[in-house]
Structures are given as C-alpha cells and as structure tokens.
Write a protein that binds this ligand. Structure first.
Ligand SMILES: Cc1cc2nc3c(=O)[nH]c(=O)nc-3n(C[C@H](O)[C@H](O)[C@H](O)COP(=O)(O)OP(=O)(O)OC[C@H]3O[C@@H](n4cnc5c(N)ncnc54)[C@H](O)[C@@H]3O)c2cc1C
Length: 455
C-alpha cells in the first residue's frame, strides 16, 4: 500500500531545508511502520494512498495566505469568489496559527473597530458585508474635541447625505462569522497551523508548517500581523517607532446611549468612545505606558471615576466598565510590501496608531487592491506570482500607505504636545473645521474613508 524508499548514499535530504526534521521523519516512519536507521540521510521517493498520503504529500496551491484574522480572512473569501474566463478558480490555502472559536484569539479579541463608510462599500463590493453586518452598529454623528480647550467639531451623516458615517464592528463576533463562511467555501484551511519556514524558488514558494506539512504556492501573502513571520523570512526590514503609549480598551455602559462616536483629545492622549449594540460603548483610551499600567490595576469604581473625569458628562454617568485589555502602541512600517512571489497586507505591511481608527480601513484597501490585481491575472490566465502582478500591487499601495502612516503619526505628535502654542494651534484648527464647510468636508471624507475617491 505504501512505498517509501531510503537512500542512505544521498548527501542531502531534500526536505531538510524545509525543516523536515528527524522528528517528522520518525513520525512518518512510525505511521508507515517503517524503520529509519539513526543518522541515515533519507529521500522520500514515492508515496502511496491511505493514511500516510496526507502526511507525506506536498500540497500545491495557487495562493497561500498566512494569517486568518481580518485581513487574511477577507482576502481568502474574496479570492475564492473570483472566476476566470473559462470558469477557472484560484486554489487558495489559508494558514492560521490560532483556532477561531476560542475567546483569546489575537486577531478576533474584545476590540471593536470603526469601519469608515468607504470600507463598508468595499466590503459590500467583495460580498463580505453580509457576514459582518449582523454585528455592526452605525455611527451617525462624530464629535471631536480637545479636553480643556475651546475647539471642537461635529459632523453628521445627514450633512453629507449618507445613511451613516461608518460602522463599529466587534472583532470577537466578526471572526467566527468570517470563519463560518470560510468553512463553506473552497478555501483550504490549515488551522491551527503556524508557518515555520519559507523558501522562495523560481516558480513557487515552499512553505513548512509547524506539524511538518508542506505547501508549494505560486504566491504567498503575509497577513500575519505586526510581527509577521512572512516578512521576517523574506528579510524585509521593518521601520519601528514606539510611541511610549498604551491603548486601554473596555466595553462600557453609560446612562445615555446614541449613535455618536466621540474622540476627545486629552493631554495624555486621545480617548475614543464608539457606539456598539445593546447600549454599550467601546472605549479606546490612549495614555502613557506608566499611566496605563496604573489604571489597569485600579478596581472598577476607581477606573470609572478617572474615566468620567477624562471624558466628561456627555453621556451622563458611566455605569459599568467591562474587562480591560491593553495594547502597547508603535508605528511599524515594512520597508516594502512585495518580494519574489510574495506580498504583505494589513498589519503585516503597516501597523498604525489607533488615533484616527485607520488601521483595518487601510488594511482592507490592501485586500481590495490585491484582489483587483489577482482578478486581472486570472482573466489573463497569468501566473498569480508573476513579478508584474506583485509589483503592480506594491505600486498601487504606495501613496495610500505613506499618506495614512504620515497622517496618523502627525496627529499623534500634534495632539500629544501639551505646549500652549500647539494647543492654541490645534484648537484653532478644530474650530475652523467646525466653521469652514470645506475643511470639515475634508475631515469627513477622511473619516468616511473616501479621501481617495471623492475629495
Ligand atoms: C486599540 C485598537 C483600536 C483599533 N481601532 C481601529 C479602528 O477603529 N478602525 C480600524 O480600521 N482599525 C483599528 N485598529 C486596527 C485593527 O484592529 C487592525 O489593523 C486589524 O485588526 C489587523 O488585522 P490583520 O488581519 O492585518 O492582523 P492581525 O489581527 O494581527 O492578525 C494576524 C493573524 O496572523 C496569525 N499569525 C501570526 N503568525 C502566524 C504564523 N506564523 N502562522 C500562521 N498564522 C499566524 C495570528 O494568529 C492572527 O490571526 C485598532 C487597533 C487597536 C490596537
């Protein structure tokens, strides 16, 4: 039934470079009831059917995506829907290190994120919004203010003749909904499986997973977050600038509830409250690392009091504060987002400060651009890892990446500065936005994620 050949005269076992470790060979040999001499160099020449097959074959796919959180899952589902001129489809593999039904998933945790109206349009275009909409709350008004100063600006959906300025989605509810779709799709899921090695060849990229499985892909996509293994294995440099700030998040309930998202700049950092379903608000409170540690250790009552002081009375009394979590903040930008048969998307490409809620909105534009390029390749029956495709993806993303990373970094510096002159300047800025329809429209378009299309 099985046929496994050993040739101890071989100088080099071809799988060694992909970490086909002694442990893997020993396990395969046990599976096949085969004895491997200790220290022998082994070549697996042919593989039979049955149990051993899944264990030993190297899977060939068109596109392998590493990381199945927001960016990776959205990309996999979008690619699975594409169809070539003769009905061809991409064979897509999605490799995710953590099971998605758990409560402690790093990509689908207790965070709630604001999606700009432009992102909702994109998700609708990719046929993904219906999977997310059930967990989304609308934002119909945005209020921006500077604590202790006179400036402030508010904008409403009605002013811009739209139904909403954006939506708030809860990641821990969105993850299972996207993964439910994935299990019903043609995407091959490798989960829980982590990428442990990657080798670029002329016509493919060879990937090794933590359990020894091997995949060959024409294109590999790194959607594996800020500490991306794909990026590290491609030797792409990362520009990292820590902010010495931490975001403390929690779901809270207040005496009043509405459809307004608040962003309040304080001397420590910005504090945002995003409206959620069931009368809750999602708090993102950015502060110095030390203050965050101190506040994380406070009991609920003491934390509530400090939060009330920082946010004020706009929503009446803060009644309840749920479990708190924290994220140290840094600007991380990959020096480039493409390499031979490889691209980076989402946080693996860039991780920005949450000050303007741009992170996934930007990552989703990576997804949409890559889907566009890979659709072109499919229509032309072109290799998806062709250099022209990965280069076109990188070129199309350059301006948007620079603009958003520059904008968020600039805002962090502007609003973290407590000098009276800077405070005067930014409040005049906020005030003039409130008074000038043109400036305000620009801010609104940025908030709605339309800056590329409609300014
Ligand atoms: C406090 C806070 C508030 C935010 N608010 C907003 C907001 O309002 N609006 C907005 O647009 N964005 C916001 N963001 C940003 C947004 O949350 C992220 O940009 C987005 O969730 C990143 O998704 P991702 O899929 O790119 O990466 P990640 O969520 O980091 O996912 C990476 C995935 O890769 C997997 N992985 C890692 N290594 C491996 C490996 N070796 N093999 C296999 N799998 C691997 C991980 O398990 C994980 O599932 C906020 C961020 C923070 C911290």
């Amino acid at each position: 039934m099985f046929s496994l050949t050993c040739d101890s005269s071989l100088e080099f076992f071809p799988y060694c470079e992909h970490n086909r470790s002694t442990r893997w060979i020993a396990a395969a040999a046990t599976e096949l009831n085969f004895t491997v001499r200790k220290g022998a160099r082994v070549a697996i020449v042919s593989i039979g059917a049955g149990l051993g097959e899944a264990f030993l074959t190297t899977k060939q796919v068109d596109i392998a995506i590493v990381g199945g959180a927001m960016a990776g899952a959205c990309l996999a589902l979008s690619l699975a829907q594409l169809k070539g001129p003769n009905g061809e489809r991409y064979q897509v593999a999605l490799i995710e290190a953590n099971e998605v039904n758990g409560t402690r998933h790093p990509g689908y945790d207790s965070r709630a994120i604001a999606l700009a109206a432009g992102s909702v349009d994109t998700l609708k275009g990719l046929q993904l919004w219906s999977a997310i909409a059930a967990n989304a709350a609308t934002i119909e008004r945005i209020e921006v203010s500077d604590r202790g100063h006179f400036g402030g600006v508010a904008m409403t959906a009605a002013e811009y003749d739209v139904d909403s300025l954006g939506h708030v989605v809860e990641l821990e509810r969105t993850g299972p909904a996207l993964w439910q779709r994935l299990t019903e799709s043609t995407v091959e899921l490798y989960c829980p499986n982590a990428l442990t090695a990657l080798t670029q060849r002329q016509h493919q990229v060879e990937l090794t997973l933590n359990d020894g499985q091997q995949l060959n892909a024409k294109l590999v996509v790194g959607a594996d977050g800020t500490m991306s293994q794909v990026r590290q294995r491609l030797n792409i440099d990362l520009e990292r600038q820590p902010y010495q700030q931490t975001a403390v998040i929690a779901n809270i309930s207040c005496a009043e509830h509405g459809v307004t998202a608040y962003e309040r700049f304080t001397s420590e950092g910005p504090l945002a409250l995003l409206p959620m379903s069931d009368g809750r608000y999602s708090l993102v409170w950015v502060q110095s690392d030390d203050e965050a540690q101190r506040r994380l250790a406070l009991d609920e009552q003491a934390f509530k009091l400090e939060l009330q002081q920082a946010f004020g009375q706009r929503l009446g009394l803060i009644e309840k504060v749920g479990a708190r979590a924290s994220y140290p903040l840094a600007l991380c930008k990959a020096e480039r987002v493409h390499h031979h048969r490889s691209v980076l998307i989402g946080n693996a490409a860039q991780t920005v400060h949450p000050i303007a809620g741009q992170g996934f909105n930007l990552g989703l534009r990576d997804v949409a651009t890559l889907v566009e390029q890979l659709d072109v390749a499919l229509q032309r029956q072109q290799d998806p890892g062709d250099y022209a495709i990965v280069q076109a993806y990188a070129d199309s993303r350059e301006d948007d990446r620079s603009r958003v990373t520059g904008l968020t970094d600039g805002l962090v510096k502007l609003f973290s500065n407590s000098s009276r002159l800077m405070a005067l300047g930014r409040n005049c800025g906020l005030l003039s936005m409130a008074l000038s329809p043109t400036w305000k429209r620009q801010l609104a378009h940025q908030a709605m994620g339309w800056s590329r299309k409609r300014t």
